[in-house]
Write a protein that binds this ligand. Structure first.
Ligand code: HEC
Ligand code: HEC
Length: 241
């Protein structure tokens, strides 16, 4: 049902996101019966060992720092200056959103930018020793591509400073990308993607936990600490697949 107080473009975006786009199927948390919870709409959810982050674009939303055009570029070309589409979202861009018209992508962006969220509570600062250990691991293994200040390299290596995925409460995707590596999907606009190597053989659970806790609390980021047992659990689950 169109909302007559809103523009045609907003209504088109609402229709695409909640209807044929199925964005909530992955980005909205479910209740025990498997139904999407209305008050959790697009606030992030975890399925099949991937966390799809909060994609509300209004104030305090997960992608509040993305502009309207950033959303259009990400969904239409697989990349913007913050990040690239990978993993399960790579499939969504590859098979679905890159084939939409500019008008439809703009409508989705207008709709997502209208969704505000509540301000998150700041998480407690981690122990200094953890931050130092995490920082050392970061410098040795990650800074060559993502840079010492987490700024990344626009259109090549995702920006980690300010990243929604780095700061999201649920670290599943973050742990998994470090264990397995990552590759942005090739799209018509960006055919030759760069790859991030896997670190599962190189870094142990403590090192990865400290590394993530560091990244979540460096460069202006803020997010809860991650424990070695969370890393160990995911490593074991993925090993069973
Ligand atoms: C099959 C599951 C799935 C569906 C359907 C899906 N997404 Fe995603 N999405 C993910 C996952 C998982 C991630 C995080 C991992 C990644 O970026 O590769 C993600 C990441 C994103 C991001 C990047 C957020 C960031 O901070 O980097 C945006 C934006 C996004 N999705 C928008 C959408 C929109 C809009 C739709 C509907 C058209 C949609 N997604 C449908 C699974 C999905
Ligand atoms: C050889 C270069 C390279 C190295 C080294 C590297 N990465 Fe990456 N990283 C990438 C690429 C390429 C991507 C995929 C996204 C893209 O193409 O922008 C990526 C993606 C990520 C993402 C997802 C960001 C997002 O917005 O979705 C995270 C988090 C990340 N890397 C963390 C790390 C960490 C932590 C290390 C060190 C253990 C590391 N990377 C080492 C190249 C690298």
């Amino acid at each position: 049902m169109p909302d007559l107080d809103k523009s045609d473009e907003w209504n088109r975006g609402a229709y695409l996101v909640t209807g044929p786009g199925h964005c909530g199927a992955c980005h909205t948390d479910r209740n025990i019966l498997g139904g999407e919870q209305e008050d959790e709409f697009l606030r992030g959810a975890t399925q099949e060992n991937w966390h799809a982050p909060n994609i509300r674009g209004g104030e305090h939303g997960g992608i509040a720092h993305w502009s309207h055009d950033d959303i259009v570029a990400y969904l239409g070309s697989g990349r913007n200056e913050h990040t690239a589409s990978m993993t399960r979202m790579g499939e969504v861009v590859e098979f679905s959103t890159q084939h939409l018209t500019e008008g439809d992508l703009g409508a989705i962006a207008t709709y997502l930018k209208s969704l505000e969220d509540t301000r998150r509570d700041a998480s407690d600062p981690p122990e200094e020793a953890v931050l130092q250990a995490g920082q050392a691991t970061y410098f040795d293994n990650c800074a060559a591509c993502h840079h010492a200040d987490g700024s990344g390299e626009a259109y090549m290596f995702a920006r980690l400073a300010g990243s929604n995925k780095v700061q999201s409460d649920d670290p599943t995707t973050l742990i998994r990308i470090i264990l397995e590596g990552a590759q942005a999907i090739p799209t018509n606009d960006h055919p030759g993607p760069l790859a991030m190597p896997a670190f599962d053989w190189k870094l142990d659970d403590d090192q990865i936990a400290d590394l993530i806790t560091y990244m979540r609390n460096a460069w202006g980021n803020n997010g809860p600490a991650v424990s070695a047992s969370e890393v160990a659990d995911l490593r074991e689950t993925l090993g069973e697949d």
